[in-house]
Design a protein around this ligand. Sequence first.
Ligand SMILES: [Zn+2]
Length: 423
Amino acid sequence: MRMRIKCEMDIINRLLPSMNVKKGGRSCHTQLSIGKKPQSDSKEGTLFLMVCTAQDKNGTKFQIKDNVEQIFAKFINEGKATIRFKDPEQDLCLCKADPLQLKNFLTLLRKASLGQNIDKINLSTLAPASNKGIDKPKTKLSVTSRKDYPLTKSFPSQLEHLHISQCRMKKIDSRIFQLKRLQHLDLRENVVEELPLTFSQLVNLRELILNSNRIQKLPSSLFLLPNWKQMLSLLDLSNNNITLLPVQLCELDNLVTLRVDHNKLETFPPTVGRLKKLKYLSASHNRIEVLPYSFMQLQLEHLDLFDNLFIDVTKSDLEEKEWQAPSLVECCARMIRKNRLPYSEDDLHAHLCRYLDSARVCWCGGFCFEGCVRALTSLSLQTFSPTVSAVDLQGRMTVPVLLFLCSPQCQRKYKRNPHAYWR
Ligand SMILES: [Zn+2]
C-alpha cells in the first residue's frame, strides 16, 4: 500500500460559493501523502494528509481523524475522486491519478479517518516534497544522437511526443510500444527496416514519421489495426525503398497527410479515393506511370507529383475488347470486394489475397479484375488540387489517368459520353 500518490488537484473552498466568488481554479500537479508530523511521537502522533504543489513545496496539512466528511469515489476507475474535509471546509478534487494507487490511498485515508489502527503500515514522517514529486511529468523527449539514447533508464511513461533520430535504430525499440500516451512518434533518419504489429499498443498515436529509413515493405495488416484505422492522421514514409502501398492503406479513415516522396512506387492503390480526409499528398521522385481513376475522388489542398515516370497520352483512348463471361474467381472476388468482406492470409491463399488486392475500381463504383476494359486520358493537375506544381522541369501540368470499365453496360455509357467520366 502506498502512502504517497501523484495526481492533479483542484481545491474548492465550500464557503466561497455563498460569497458569490467563482469557485475552483486551475488544477495543478500535486503530491499527496499520509503521515505524522516529524516532531510527534511515532505511537501517539496524529495522522495528517499533506498536500504539496510546485507553489507550496512544504505542503498544507489536513488532520485526518474525525475530519473527513465524505469521500466521493464514483469515478475512481478514471483516476478521479474528491475528499471533503470538515475543517477547513474544503474539497480536494483529484484527477489523473493512477486508479489502483488512488484506491489504496483512499482505503487508508478512510481507515485513518475512522481512527482505525493502520500502524502495521510503515508510515514515514511527513517531509516536504522533492521536485520529482510535483514536477509536471515529462511529455516530450527528443534524442538526436546515439550517445544520448536512454539505454539503462526507461522512457518517461507519460510521453506524448517522442523524437529519436540519427541513432542508427534498426529495430524499433520495444520499450517505445509501452508508451500508452504517445501521440507523435518521429523516428526519422534511422535505419528501420520493418514495422511490427506491436504498433497496435500505441492507442493514441496520431502522427508517425519514418522519413529516411530503410523500409521496403509495408505489412498490409498494419493498416487494419483499429488504432491506425481510426486515429492516424499523418504518415510520413518519404525517403525509403517502398515499392508498393498496400490497398489497406486506403482504410485509414482519418489520414490527412501522406508523404511518400523519394521511394520506388509504381502506382497508387486503385481505391486511393477512399481516403476522404486526405488533404496533403506528396509522392514526388517515384516511378508512377499513371494515376488510378479513384484519384479523382480525392479532395486535396496540396499535391506534389514531381519527377515520376508519367506516360504521355496524346488522345483519350478506349480499349476495344470482346466481352466474355467473367470467370468464377472473378465473380467471387468482385462480391468480396463489393461487400468489403475482410480477408487475410490466415483464411485465404496468399495468391488469392494478392488477387483481391489487385481489384480495379470502375467508374460505377464496382470492382473488377481481368474482366474489364481500360480507358486512358490525360487530365490537368488542377483537376485534383488547387495547389499543385508541375510534374517535371519542362513545366508539364497534365497527368495520365487510367479508368477501368467493369461491364459492357459501363463501356457503352462511356462510349456515348466520355466527358461525363472525366471531371
Ligand atoms: Zn462499372
